[in-house]
Design a protein around this ligand. Sequence first.
Ligand SMILES: [Mg+2]
Length: 376
Amino acid sequence: METFLVPPRWLFCRIETDEGTVGWGEPVVEGRAEVVRAAVDVLAEYLVGQDPLRIQDHWQVMTKGGFYRGGPVLSSAVAGVDQALWDIAGKTYGAPVHALLGGPVRDRVRVYAWVGGDEPDRLTEEVAAQVEAGFTAVKMNAAGRTSPISSPAETAAVVERVVAARAVLGPHRDVAVDFHGRFSPAGARRVLSELAPLHPLFVEEPLLPEHGHLLAGLVESSPVPIATGERLYGRAEFLPALAAGIAVAQPDLSHAGGISEVHRIASLADTYGAQLAPHCPLGPIALAASLQVAFCTPNFLIQEQSRGLHYNKDADLLSYVVDTEPFRFVDGHAVRTDLPGLGVTVDENAVRAADRTGHAWRNPVWRHDDGSFAEW
Ligand SMILES: [Mg+2]
């Protein structure tokens, strides 16, 4: 088992079996990649010498065998290893992962494109470019650094940008709006009511994860579908959010225990009538894992992907793959392939070369005008 710290802010894991089968995964917490790398090294102490095809058993030992459980670092380490083990299983059985999980329920997967960044100003041109590229949905941040309870001018700026996006998109395409936990609960409620007439596909992370106990009240008061989940790390953490009535569950295949656990979260969401829209601002392996789940999940809605994402400088989705075809989006959709495993061919030379440079990506730390900490 090896790990590779590769720009822009990712960590890849490579597992080679004694029969020469290679599986790839992406165990990472953005901004804490080196910490997850150390966690993977500890998991490797147990895994090396084991049968790689006993994924369910390894998942139990990796998540529960250390007594202390959960959290972003451990769950992301397990997630990336789990992806690599599914890749090995698919290559061993000569089947795509979605076939091993019950077979496909769709032929293509709707994906959305990012627009606007953190300080959206050139929004109209960016939305037009994505429509021109064939995308049927875009996602934007509601605001950059903002007051917890926004002023009339701040609220108006949020609404104006969504109005501008909607004007380009028309009524047959979608815009989703990411609040990124930047508003207080009261601020979120105010902005949500203003956005409702613009019919967003969903509003994402209107509350911080630690305010989950307020989610039911917010859902109750909002005509806009509520999405959350990129900072929830397993099905036990999704359960209260689903019971609160969220419309869209957004587990990250590289944070929430990998393919094994996100497959289970999807089933749990289905029992609450919620749709799955996995978070994925990451690299090609995490996206390939997400697509495998999307192909076999009945209650799947839409997939995030990182091409053109403003956080990712120096390298992007296609920098580390030999075959770009699985990531060629047609009419805003990823088309199903029957390639074995995750269906991604990693450019190992590019990965090894990138790891020699590495990266030290960190989240920006934002401050309000009075010098106090601001949510990013
Ligand atoms: Mg988000």
